[in-house]
Write a protein that binds this ligand. Structure first.
Ligand code: SF4
Ligand code: F3S
Ligand code: FES
Length: 248
């Protein structure tokens, strides 16, 4: 059965903005993105929202619903009571462009800073061989749809804008971990992780893991193992001696 829901939607641009009240029809089986589309069709034709697949796979429709980072297309209206006010705001960590659309180019910059897969020089494509367990490990990380909800929720950048230059965020630390654990990747990425990508800023709060719509265990399977590898390198006496002798 349909009903009328109360919505608060943030509207504005780089100059500022605020929450606007709407009363809008909701039908059985609908998700928050359906309601935003109905608002565009009936009451707010210029309301900006980014979306693409409406199937939880493109990672475009990230926003915050009642303060929680969510994909708008995967947030069912049935998760709210009919008298609950549903508040939709843009991701807080990234600059607003307009309404629910944010400028996520921070993430593209951080992606470019991770050197690509570096296989051994003497192996040609087609000659790569690896254990199934190693294939499966990286497959978990490759489920990432680049929605940036983990990047949005991590307090290291969410609450400290100044950290953006020094911290790549969980999604890109996970990418470094994926390559570092890849048996055919010959690059040593531990210094990159610690010095350039700011792994030390992560204090394992696991908020990134909690919001991941792909249920990737970012903290347990990527960030903590990467921290362990960095510590191994730091306290390896051979590495320590090498650093003392050659890296003054
Ligand atoms: Fe989104 Fe999960 Fe990928 Fe982060 S790791 S960008 S939350 S899919
Ligand atoms: Fe941030 Fe995730 Fe670490 S939320 S602090 S990157 S565990
Ligand atoms: Fe593609 Fe929501 S529209 S993930």
């Amino acid at each position: 059965m349909g009903y009328e829901a109360k919505f608060k939607v943030w509207r504005g641009d780089t100059e500022g903005g605020g929450l606007h009240d709407f009363t809008v029809e909701v039908n059985e089986g609908e998700v928050v993105l359906d309601i935003i589309h109905r608002l565009q069709a009936t009451q707010a034709p210029d309301l900006a929202v980014r979306w693409n697949c409406k199937a939880g796979k493109c990672g475009s429709c990230s926003a915050e619903v009642n303060g929680r980072p969510r994909l708008l297309c995967m947030t069912r209206m049935s998760t709210f009571t009919q008298d609950e006010v549903v508040t939709v705001t843009p991701m807080r960590t990234f600059p607003v462009i307009r309404d629910l659309v944010t400028d996520v180019s921070f993430n593209y910059r951080k992606a470019r800073e991770v050197p690509s897969f570096t296989p051994p020089m003497d192996l040609k494509p087609g000659e790569y061989r690896m254990q199934q367990t190693d294939v499966e490990r990286s497959q978990e990380f490759r489920k990432c749809i680049e929605c940036f909800l983990c990047q949005n929720v991590c307090h290291v950048v969410r609450d400290h804008e100044d950290n953006k230059h020094a911290f790549s965020g969980p999604r890109y630390l996970m990418r470094i971990a994926e390559l570092e654990m890849h048996p055919l990747d010959v690059a040593d990425r531990r210094e990159l992780a610690q010095e350039d990508a700011g792994l030390g800023f992560c204090n394992i709060t696991k908020c990134c893991t909690e919001v991941c719509p792909e249920h990737i265990k970012i903290t347990d399977n990527a960030l903590i193992p990467l921290k362990e590898r960095v510590v191994d390198r730091k306290y390896d006496p051979i590495v320590w001696l090498g650093n003392k002798l050659f890296r003054r």
